[in-house]
Design a protein around this ligand. Structure first.
Ligand code: G1P
Length: 290
C-alpha cells in the first residue's frame, strides 16, 4: 500500500527566527513570492500525497487559511480584472485536501506525529517538516516513497552536512548497502560534533508505517526534554528495520537565517523579470559601492 497522506507538523514556536515569528508562524515567512510551507505542500502534491494533515496550534490558523478560499480577495481581483492573480490565489486553495489536528501542548516532533494517529489509521504515511525546503528534479519525498515501496520498510531522508553543523540535526550511524541507501543502526538527536558517528543529517522527510506509533506512545522525554521522533526511530531501528536515503537536491532550513535568505535569492534569481536587477544590486552590496 502506498502513502497518500502527509503529516506536516507546524505547531513549533520558531524561536530561531524571532522576532520575525513573534506573531507570524515561521512556516508563513515568505520565500520570494510564496510562504515557505507552500513549497512543502507543492512537493507533497507532486508526489501524489493529496491529503495534507497539518498538526497545528491556536496561533497557526493562518496556515490553514492560506490553503482555503479568500472570497473577498477573489471578488476584488475579479472586479479589478487581475485574472492572473485570481488564478494564483484560487490554485493555492484547491491544491490539497487539508485536514487539521491540534497539538494542544508543544511537546516535540514525536508528540506532534502521534497527534495525527487517528487520521492516518493503518496506512503508511509521509512526514514533512514545514520549515525544511528541498528542491530536486524528483521531489525529495518521492525519492523516499520509491525506496519505501520497493524495500517495504520505513525510510528517512538524509543529506551530508559539515561537521560543525551536526549538532543541529538528527544524525545517523548506518551502513551503505547500495549507492545512497543505508541500513540505519543508530540515530542521535543533535549530537556534539565530537560524538557524531557521521555527517549524515536527517532532513525533515520521512516515510513511515503505523508501527511507529507504538514507539511514539512509549517515549520518554529526550533532547530538550521533548518527545523526539528521532528517539522513536532509534527504537524502531533497533527492534525492526529502518532505511535512510541520501537525498539528491538542494536543501534550505528556513529556521537558519543564512539558508532562509539564500532560499529567497535562489528563487528570485529564477524569475527572469527580476534576475538582472537583483544581480546588479547584489553586485553593489558585494563590492561595497553603496
Ligand atoms: C527535527 C528533528 C531532527 C531533524 C530536523 C530536520 O529537529 O528532531 O532530527 O534533523 O528536524 O529539520 P528540529 O528542526 O525540529 O529541531
Amino acid at each position: 500500500m502506498e502513502a497518500t497522506k502527509v503529516i506536516i507538523p507546524v505547531a513549533g514556536w520558531g524561536t530561531r527566527s524571532l522576532p520575525a515569528t513573534k506573531n507570524v508562524p515561521k512556516e508563513m515567512l515568505p520565500v520570494y513570492k510564496k510562504p515557505a510551507v507552500q513549497y512543502v505542500v507543492e512537493e507533497a502534491i507532486e508526489a501524489d500525497l493529496n491529503d495534507v494533515v497539518f498538526v497545528t496550534n491556536q496561533q497557526k490558523r493562518i496556515i490553514e487559511d492560506h490553503f482555503d478560499y479568500n472570497l473577498s480577495l477573489e471578488a476584488l481581483l475579479r472586479r479589478t480584472g487581475k485574472e492572473h492573480l485570481l488564478r494564483d490565489v484560487r490554485q493555492v486553495a484547491e491544491m490539497a485536501n487539508i485536514i487539521s489536528v491540534r497539538q494542544k501542548e508543544q511537546l516535540g516532533l514525536g508528540h506532534a506525529v502521534l497527534c495525527a494517529r487517528e487520521v492516518v489509521k493503518q496506512e503508511p504515511f509521509a512526514v514533512m517538516v514545514g520549515d525544511d525546503l528541498m528542491f530536486s528534479r524528483s521531489p525529495a519525498i518521492k525519492q523516499l516513497m520509491e525506496v519505501a515501496k520497493t524495500e517495504h520498510m520505513p525510510v528517512v531522508g538524509v543529506v551530508e552536512v559539515p561537521r560543525e553543523r551536526v549538532s543541529k540535526y538528527g544524525i545517523i550511524q548506518a551502513e551503505e548497502f547500495a549507492p545512497g541507501l543505508y541500513r540505519v543502526r543508530h540515530v542521535f538527536e543533535k549530537p556534539d560534533p565530537k560524538d557524531a558517528p557521521s555527517r549524515l543529517a536527517i532532513v525533515g522527510r520521512y516515510v513511515l508505517t503505523p508501527e511507529i506509533f507504538h514507539y511514539l506512545e512509549n517515549l520518554e522525554p529526550g533532547y530538550d526534554l521533548e518527545y523526539q521522533l528521532t528517539d522513536a526511530l532509534q527504537a524502531l531501528a533497533l527492534d525492526k528495520r529502518l532505511l535512510a536515503v541520501k537525498l539528491e537536491g538542494r536543501r534550505f532550513d528556513i529556521g537558519d537565517w543564512a539558508d532562509y535568505l539564500s532560499a529567497n535569492i535562489y528563487f528570485a534569481l529564477k524569475d527572469e523579470e527580476l534576475k538582472d536587477e537583483l544581480v546588479e544590486r547584489l553586485g553593489e552590496f558585494l563590492t561595497n559601492k553603496k
